[in-house]
Design a binder for this molecule. Structure first.
Ligand code: CA2
Length: 142
């Protein structure tokens, strides 16, 4: 099984700022732990990050027919992007919306998600461990 993990804008800064919100781990450390979990169970993982909305849309489209499951932290685009919503709707595999923090406990502009209505499951507020839980769940379901 191929699991695609897609990360949106500014998540490349993980582990460098705002540790009280996002923790101390860097995105490549998170990626490495997810890879370990998936590979131990005989699965493959692709872990990507971009600051550009179109890249996220393209990666979701490319996942159609290629990836068996998708985990997406669309970051700020979660709260703005109809394009990402539409692309996710077109992706037929199991999909998880992931947030490190709990956007509902933050500023009001983070309370709306254009992603939530296009996915099967949402994980939020569990820190970067949420990525690992999502990978574990996807592996268990296969
Ligand atoms: O909690 C999450 O995972 C978010 O998706 C993170 C986004 C935010 O816009 C969403 O509302 C919730 C922000 C990602 C920025 O990540 C940074 C990490 C470290 C330092 C600065 C930004």
């Amino acid at each position: 099984m191929l699991i695609q993990v897609i990360n949106g804008p500014n998540l490349n800064l993980l582990g460098t700022r705002e540790p009280h919100i996002y923790g101390h781990d860097k995105l490549d450390q998170v990626a490495e732990r997810c890879r370990e979990i998936a590979e131990t169970r005989g699965h493959t993982i692709e872990f990507k990050q971009s600051n550009h909305e179109g890249d996220l849309v393209t990666w979701i489209q490319q996942a159609i027919g290629n990836a068996d499951a998708l985990i997406i932290n669309a970051a700020a685009y979660t709260h703005t992007s109809v394009a990402i919503h539409d692309a996710l709707k077109a992706y037929p595999g199991f999909k998880v919306e992931l947030h490190i923090s709990n956007p509902h406990a933050r500023e009001p502009f983070r309370h709306t998600s254009y992603v939530a209505s296009a996915v099967d499951a949402v994980i939020a507020g569990l820190g970067v461990r949420g990525y690992e839980y999502a990978v574990e769940q996807i592996c268990e379901r296969s």
